[in-house]
Design a binder for this molecule. Structure first.
Ligand code: HEC
Ligand code: HEC
Ligand code: HEC
Ligand code: HEC
Ligand code: HEC
Ligand code: HEC
Length: 404
């Protein structure tokens, strides 16, 4: 393409003109592109986000709008849990006011303020006297909207590690010590046989002896753990947390483990018992609906939840909860640890025979039980002949009490 009047120019002038033309063209492109960018920047700042375009305010009043639709009006000035914007952070706002207040405030905050409501006045002052817009929402819509905000606030509190425990009773691994033993034994043997580096021979023998001594110690320790499962902490089919139930919500152990006072077994609650509460509580702070839905699915299908057993004595041992909890008045903590602070249940004691017997040796029998007036020791205790009666004294450490 030739520029107009180009035929008047010399070849050299034409090239210069071509250069100028190219530069002008590039400049034009630059301005155009930056113009588009500036435009989009402005859009983000001033215009509504795409999902805002649907104007919720012009819908017919008799159709109930969803809370999500309504909340679109609020995001310019409010966040949930991400801090103040123009207005306050709405996380947990449901705890700050009651339903009637929300209805009045959202429909017309200025009327509420003029009517003398102190919290509306205080808010207005602390937010630079910036009035909040009035919304023509129905009471039902506002209640649903506030519930929605509350629900979103709840999600912020989810802790993905809520099942973790702050302690572990699992015995430490001995593998490094074991390798050390092998070195302690092998190196001096090699030296004695081949390298002859250490001149004083008995030093080598001392090392070998130390190696075997350590090895023996490890074998003894490990044998003690064999077949036991101290610190065992399996994942359960439903993310059930004792910290949430017995800890934060202070539900009594016996509400769920109904057998502790009457029977050998403490018993694990049935899914129907869970429903006493979870028919209403359908949402968990940490797990949302997913885990509680598992309970409902199990009940609907007529199945039970297959909990993984943690504490288990061999079949040849007799143990009764009623004897210990009701008669012996022993706290669950003594044998199961601080369950109310456990996420997952963790085996807290090793359930060895020595553990049972040691406790019987040092724990006193609670003689404020009429049954014990039959015992010789009871009279002796009353007459001051003896100071205390331990479980062992009434025969709790006889082989046949536990093995039958
Ligand atoms: C133009 C900005 C703006 C918009 C949009 C807005 N608000 Fe507000 N909101 C405020 C301000 C500012 C306050 C502080 C109180 C005042 O100034 O009266 C407030 C206060 C509140 C409060 C009281 C908070 C507290 O901490 O007690 C609630 C609840 C509330 N707004 C809900 C909403 C809802 C729901 C919407 C959407 C339907 C909405 N707001 C839309 C600016 C806004
Ligand atoms: C809301 C009901 C509920 C409450 C309250 C409750 N538990 Fe449990 N408990 C369960 C369920 C369900 C299991 C089986 C799932 C598991 O092991 O986490 C269980 C398991 C256990 C186990 C392990 C059983 C096994 O597999 O060997 C022990 C021990 C236990 N609970 C002790 C307690 C103690 C102590 C308390 C009171 C501080 C308590 N529980 C309160 C429901 C409850
Ligand atoms: C003296 C120690 C001791 C005390 C106190 C004790 N338990 Fe146990 N618990 C055990 C042993 C041992 C087992 C394993 C029993 C077995 O395998 O037969 C067990 C098992 C359990 C189980 C597994 C299931 C079952 O039905 O037995 C639950 C649940 C349980 N205990 C809850 C409790 C609660 C709740 C308390 C307090 C009210 C409590 N225990 C007090 C030692 C104790
Ligand atoms: C006495 C009432 C009660 C009983 C019975 C009960 N729960 Fe719960 N459960 C609660 C409460 C309260 C919460 C906490 C809800 C929340 O996060 O706001 C809860 C929360 C939960 C959660 C969610 C935890 C989270 O933070 O996400 C699960 C899963 C759960 N329970 C399972 C069970 C199972 C399984 C049973 C039956 C063995 C059971 N519950 C029995 C009251 C109960
Ligand atoms: C925390 C201490 C403690 C631990 C641990 C303990 N016991 Fe006991 N046990 C007692 C006390 C106290 C009594 C006496 C209760 C009473 O009759 O007043 C008792 C009584 C008994 C009795 C009944 C004795 C009789 O009067 O006939 C048996 C059986 C028994 N325990 C078995 C066990 C077994 C099995 C274990 C281990 C798995 C165990 N106990 C662990 C404290 C303990
Ligand atoms: C207080 C209850 C109790 C008394 C009393 C008791 N035992 Fe035990 N015994 C146990 C428990 C609990 C185990 C299971 C230990 C384990 O699994 O590590 C056990 C395990 C055993 C075993 C099997 C060991 C193994 O590793 O398999 C033998 C054998 C045994 N006891 C013999 C005896 C003899 C003999 C006596 C009388 C001197 C006796 N017990 C008294 C609670 C008791």
């Amino acid at each position: 393409m030739n520029l107009p009047g180009a035929y008047l120019l010399t070849g050299k002038q034409k090239t210069i003109l071509n250069h100028i033309r190219t530069i002008l063209f590039l400049l034009f492109i630059c301005v155009f592109v930056s113009g588009i960018n500036a435009g989009t920047d402005n859009k983000i700042k001033v215009a509504k986000p795409a999902h805002l375009v649907k104007d919720t305010l012009t819908k017919p009043a008799n159709v109930m709008r969803t809370p999500q639709e309504l909340f679109v009006n609020c995001v310019k000035c409010h966040s949930i849990g991400k801090g103040k914007l123009v207005g306050p952070d709405l996380a947990d706002v449901k705890k700050r006011h009651d339903s009637a207040w929300f209805i009045k405030f959202i429909c017309s905050s200025d009327s509420l303020r003029k009517a003398g409501d102190t919290s509306a006045k205080r808010l207005f002052l602390s937010y630079g006297k910036l009035p909040m817009p009035n919304y023509n929402f129905s009471s039902e819509e506002i209640n649903a909207l506030v519930d929605y905000i509350d629900f979103e606030s709840l999600k912020l509190k989810a802790n993905p590690n809520f099942l973790d425990n702050s302690f572990s009773k699992r015995p430490p691994s001995n593998s490094w010590l074991f390798i050390l033993c092998l070195l302690l034994i092998l190196l001096p043997v090699m030296d004695l046989a081949f390298t002859k580096f250490v001149k004083i021979k008995y030093l080598n023998f001392i090392l070998i002896f130390a190696g075997f001594w350590l090895l023996g110690k490890i074998v003894y320790e490990e044998a003690g753990y064999m077949g036991r499962s101290l610190g065992y902490e399996p994942d359960q089919p439903v993310k059930f947390s004792h910290r949430v139930h017995a800890g934060e919500n202070k539900i009594n152990c016996i509400y769920c483990h109904t057998g502790v006072n009457e029977s050998k077994y403490a018993s694990i609650p049935s899914t129907n018992l869970c429903l006493n509460c979870h028919n209403v509580i359908r949402y968990g702070t940490n797990t949302g609906e997913a885990e509680i839905d598992k309970i409902h699915n199990a009940v609907d299908q007529g199945k039970s939840i297959s909990w993984v057993r943690v504490y288990k004595l061999p079949d040849f041992v007799f143990f009764s909860h009623a004897q210990h909890v009701r008669v012996g008045k022993i706290d669950c903590k003594e044998c199961h640890g601080d369950v109310a602070n456990m996420g997952r249940i963790q085996q807290f004691t090793d359930l060895s025979m020595g553990w049972c017997m040691n406790c019987h040796k040092k724990t006193n029998v609670q003689f404020n039980n009429n049954y014990y007036t039959l015992y010789e020791q009871h009279k002796d205790l009353l007459s001051g002949k003896i100071e205390k009666v331990t479980a062992e004294d009434i025969g709790a450490n006889d082989c046949l009490r536990c093995h039958y």
